[in-house]
Design a protein around this ligand. Structure first.
Ligand SMILES: *Cc1c(COP(=O)(O)O)cnc(C)c1O
Ligand SMILES: [Zn+2]
Length: 412
């Protein structure tokens, strides 16, 4: 593969051949794809991308896959100018990158799974697996079904009902582990060591995580080949956030944009904020914690890419904030009422944190700010119970309608 030189340890720099491996044998650091950017620069262009498929595969030259076969419709989601929300927050150029409508399972995870399983197929795997907080399981199960792979997904047993059903419908083996995501992840690592499966976020993780870069590529292209001034994105393992940063930097490296990359603002739930705490306390290491938040899709107490996310926040002149359960629900409602977009708890966290930063004056009113909405509200509806107006119940009569809905006094 000419565009890729090797896998490279992010800590000690030792190089490895391109194989389904993810940790350095010497220092246990994570492995990352090492590209040949000079070569990529010679084959890539805006025109080539614009004439490519209407999916994330239009950026295949910057992805670790030769022959995409899984998730062919993933990505290419709308970038929406958020006029009404922007007005509320005093931002004239606010955009929503709306991955709540990603294909096929309505979250940003359809990006990483398309890349991971296309690569898994290239490696010759016939079984897909993952450790998941919900959305990843949905996407692995759907894409495995569509591409004829066997599938095992591992989830915490206390997930939202709709997220569990959203995996079961594709008929994978769903393993509900009694414990939190970090317990699920630990077990999955042991299983991955013993069974020859493609665990998308374990042994295939170096390839999986590259899929998140397309969130940067698409935004830049949709803004007319420009980088925004600032972005707000949620943090679970910290992978998505660090890869958005990497994506904008790569576009500069290969000459597709000339702007500086954006300031990176990170969002966590106050009930699970180990990355936020490390950043605020000036630590480059993560103190693991036990999650207790309604934002289950981003509740990772021991985040693998936490230290790298802290570094990105610093390097980009960004910042991090947290949102309480109440603020998360307010965030969900605010986005719905202003922009007509129904996001899940992770998106509620992002909007709550966007609002905080806007109120703190972190953005100039004219700046281009992009908030990444990563998941769909129809999957976590139960969190809104008791927080919304209720329907007005009436008999099927015009009289009752006028009296109870319009509030007219009508003679009987
Ligand atoms: C998984 C997930 C994230 C963040 O994932 P990272 O592990 O930080 O890459 C954000 N939002 C939603 C809805 C998710 O499912
Ligand atoms: Zn190493």
């Amino acid at each position: 593969m000419e565009k890729i030189k090797a896998l490279k340890c992010k800590e000690c720099g030792k190089e490895y051949p391109v194989e389904p491996i993810h940790v350095c044998e010497f220092c246990f650091g994570p492995l990352e794809i090492e590209y040949d950017y000079d070569y990529i620069k010679s084959i890539i262009s805006r025109e080539k991308i614009e004439n490519g498929p209407k999916s994330l595969w239009r950026y295949v030259d910057l992805l670790p896959v030769d022959n995409p076969t899984v998730g062919l419709s993933a990505g290419f989601t709308p970038l929406i100018k958020a006029e009404k929300l922007g007005e509320k927050l005093g931002l004239k150029n606010l955009y929503i990158k709306d991955d709540s409508v990603n294909h096929p399972t309505l979250s940003f995870k359809d990006r990483v799974v398309a890349v991971a399983l296309s690569k898994a197929k290239e490696f010759g795997f016939d079984t897909a697996a993952c450790a998941s907080t919900g959305n990843l399981a949905n996407s692995v199960a759907a894409n495995a079904a569509a591409s004829g792979m066997n599938c095992y997904v591992f989830i915490p047993a206390n997930l939202e009902t709709n997220k569990i059903i959203g995996s079961l419908v594709f008929n994978p083996t769903v393993v509900a582990v009694e414990g939190n995501y970090d317990d699920v992840n630990r077990l999955s690592s042991e299983v991955a060591n013993e069974f020859g499966w493609a665990f998308v976020n374990i042994n295939v993780r170096p390839f999986y995580s590259e899929g998140s870069k397309t969130l940067a590529f698409e935004v830049a292209e949709q803004l007319g080949w420009k980088a925004p001034d600032a972005v707000v994105a949620p943090l679970a393992s910290g992978s998505l956030y660090t890869k958005i940063w990497k994506g904008f930097n790569e576009l500069r490296t290969v000459g597709l944009i000339s702007d500086n990359p954006p300031r990176m603002y990170g969002a966590q739930a106050s009930g699970c904020s180990p990355i936020y705490k490390a950043f605020k306390e000036g630590r480059d290491w993560i103190k693991p914690e036990k999650p207790d938040t309604i934002a289950k899709s981003i509740a990772i107490g021991n985040p693998a890419d936490g230290p790298y996310a802290v570094k990105v926040a610093k390097e980009s002149n960004g910042d991090m904030e947290i949102a309480t359960n109440e603020e998360i629900i307010e965030g969900i409602k605010l986005l719905a009422e202003t922009e007509g977009i129904f996001t899940e708890t992770a998106g509620g966290t992002t909007i709550a944190v966007l609002k905080k930063f806007a109120e703190m004056g972190a953005f100039d009113p004219e700046e281009v700010v992009v908030a990444y909405i990563t998941g769909n509200g129809y999957k976590t509806m139960e969190v809104l119970e008791g927080h919304l107006n209720t329907p007005i119940h009436i008999k099927p009569s015009l009289h009752e309608f006028k009296e109870k809905v319009i509030g007219e006094k009508v003679a009987k």
